[in-house]
Every structure is written in C-alpha cells, then in structure tokens.
Design a protein around this ligand. Structure first.
Ligand SMILES: NC(=O)c1ccc[n+]([C@@H]2O[C@H](COP(=O)([O-])OP(=O)(O)OC[C@H]3O[C@@H](n4cnc5c(N)ncnc54)[C@H](O)[C@@H]3O)[C@@H](O)[C@H]2O)c1
Length: 316
C-alpha cells in the first residue's frame, strides 16, 4: 500500500511505515494535480501538514483513499466530518508538538525580556560604531523569574508552556472556559517528579495581573485579544501569540504598542500567512518567527512515528 506524504514526513516516520510494509512517496504534488496523482498511483494514505488541503471534491474523487493524516494539530485544511461520513479515517498527532511550541514561546519571552530581538537586528549595523549606545538602549531588561505568566487556553500547549514557566520560576495563572483545573507533572533529569495543581480563573483576572501573556487557543470566530482585552492589561506587559493568526487583533496590538500599553510582543502566527502585514514585520517591538512553533526535529520525529503507528494499526 502506498502513502503519499505531500507536505513531507520525518525519516523516522518513513522508516516506521516502510517497516510496516508501506511504500512512502514524499513528492510534493501540486494541489490541482493531487486528485489525478492519488488515483493514478493508487494512494491509500494521504498525509499532509498545513499546506495541502483535503476538501470534499478530493474525497469524492478518490474512493480508494482510506486514511487522511495531518501531521500536527489543527485540521482546518481537511473536511474532517465529511471524510468520516464517507468512511475514511482522519488522524492527527495532537500532542507531538506541544513542548516544541512551549519552548518557542520561551525563546520569544526570554528574548523580549532582554531585547534580544532588537539587539540581533542592530548589532550587525551599529555594533562597531555605537556599542555604548546599544548597551544603554538594552540596559533595562527584566528577569522572568518571579513574574506572572498568563496562559489563555489551558489545553496541551498551554499546559506544556506552564510547565516551562514553573521551571523558570514564574507564577502561572490560566483561563480556559472548558478546563477548571489541571494537574501538571514536571519531570526532571534525575527522575524526580513534582506535581502542580493549577485552577483556572476568569479571563479578566488573568489579564489584570499578568506581566507576560501567552495564547494557546484554537482558531475562533472572533478575537480573543482585541482592544478591550488589551485595555485591561497592565501597562508594559509583554504578549506572545503562537496559537493561530486571527486570535489576536493585529491592528489593536500595534496601537497598544505605539501607546506603550503593551511593551513588546512576539508573533509566530499571523492573520495573513504567508504574507504578514508589513507594519508587523518592520515593527521593532515585535519578535517574529514564521510559524515555526512545531518545527523541531524532535516534534517532527514524534509526528512521523505517531502517524505511522496509527496507520499501521488501522490498516493492518
Ligand atoms: N505555532 C505553531 O506552530 C503551532 C503548533 C501547534 C499548534 N498550534 C496552535 O496552538 C493552539 C493550541 O493547541 P493545543 O494542542 O494546545 O490545543 P488544545 O485543544 O489541547 O487546547 C486548546 C484549549 O483552548 C481552550 N479554549 C478554546 N477557546 C478558548 C477561549 N476563547 N479562551 C481560552 N481558552 C479557550 C480549549 O478549551 C482548550 O482547552 C491551536 O490553535 C493550534 O493550532 C500552533
């Protein structure tokens, strides 16, 4: 049986599938040629990440396609319900990248707290002519230890981020309309474990008290953070969005930065991907990454092997 990994798959995933007797094709087939390719090559499993879309037309036109797999979490690029109604299996790997996203959030947080995002932009330009000036400009950094991190959305990634925060000595407060409390287990290098029970509080209470705010909610119809929410926050707070473009109102964020309400922010996801607004890309108060929250070797390995295990158990 043939597996088409149209948006790529880790070598560990290929190895596991081949060991299970599958042929793995890693060619990236253009969206408009996908239906023909799947039928001509008699593909049984189509694996995608976020680039390839799997809509009704493809599902109808490819009757021999048995499994549609998404490496990662969000399945907005797949007509999941329709595919399932048509008897196809739709699988994903919801937990594989949680810790990777959490670490990216902290990359941004540590960087923003010490102006690394700007220092890295300006040292190549002025590091030899204005060393003292830059040293002064970036002198008023802050530590994360002892500060309060607010987590909006206390699911897999929110909880993974909270664990890193606790490890860094932060206080964690969280809001999630569907989770009242969560037990977080921190595992240490020498086998010791520590458990933390965190009860969620109201969104307003989170917003009022945090020094740093991070969002880990799914895609929504309306902004989770817009002007009214930013207005509640402490002056000079720092915000990170590594959830989904469209959960933070980018215009309101830029305005809040201009007014000093929000000191600095990080964006890994954008309302307009893959062409984020220029006013975001050029803003010196923003630390930016091109949607690389899940892009670690470890997460990709886990995604590949988890998909392979599920495919083998469904088809064998
Ligand atoms: N940056 C990246 O590369 C990257 C990678 C993976 C996932 N993500 C995104 O991260 C987000 C979280 O993923 P996850 O695996 O933790 O999902 P999850 O389903 O485990 O957790 C999401 C949580 O958000 C809560 N929630 C829903 N609406 C809310 C709201 N309005 N306010 C507060 N909480 C709300 C839900 O109850 C749920 O507990 C998703 O949007 C996902 O697409 C981003």
């Amino acid at each position: 049986m043939k597996v088409l990994a149209n948006d790529g798959i880790s070598q560990s995933g290929i190895d596991a599938l081949e060991k299970g007797g599958f042929e793995v094709i890693t060619t990236t087939v253009a969206q408009e040629q996908l239906i023909n390719y799947i039928n001509e090559k008699d593909i049984t499993v189509l694996l995608v990440r976020s680039a390839t879309t799997v809509r009704k037309d493809l599902i109808d036109a490819c009757p021999n396609l048995k499994i549609i797999g998404r490496g990662g979490v969000g399945m907005d690029n797949i007509d999941v319900e329709y595919a399932r109604e048509q008897g196809r299996s739709v699988i994903n790997t919801p937990a594989a990248s949680s810790h990777s996203v959490a670490e990216l959030v902290f990359g941004h947080l540590f960087g923003l707290a010490r102006f690394l995002h700007n220092s890295n932009r300006e040292m190549p330009l002025e590091g030899d002519s204005n060393f003292k000036g830059l040293k002064k400009a970036y002198a008023k950094g802050t530590e994360l230890k002892g500060k309060t991190l607010g987590v909006l959305g206390f699911g897999r990634i929110g909880q993974a981020t909270a664990k890193v925060a606790i490890g860094a000595g932060m206080k964690v407060v969280a809001f999630d309309p569907f989770i009242d409390e969560a037990n977080l287990q921190l595992d240490f290098f020498d086998g010791q474990k520590l458990n933390f029970n965190i009860k969620t509080i109201s969104k307003e209470d989170v917003l009022k008290q945090v020094d740093f705010l991070t969002l880990h909610v799914p895609a929504q119809d309306k902004y989770v953070i817009g002007k009214p929410e930013l207005d509640i926050m402490k002056d000079g707070a720092i915000l990170v969005n590594a959830a989904r473009g469209g959960v933070v109102d980018e215009v309101a964020l830029v305005e809040a930065i201009s007014s000093g309400k929000i000191a600095r922010a990080a964006l890994d996801v954008f309302e307009k991907e893959p062409k984020p607004e220029m006013q975001l890309l050029m803003n010196p108060a923003l630390s930016l990454t091109p949607h690389t929250g899940a892009a670690t070797n470890e997460a990709q390995d886990r995604i590949g092997t988890e998909l392979a295990e599920q495919i083998i158990s469904i088809l064998k």
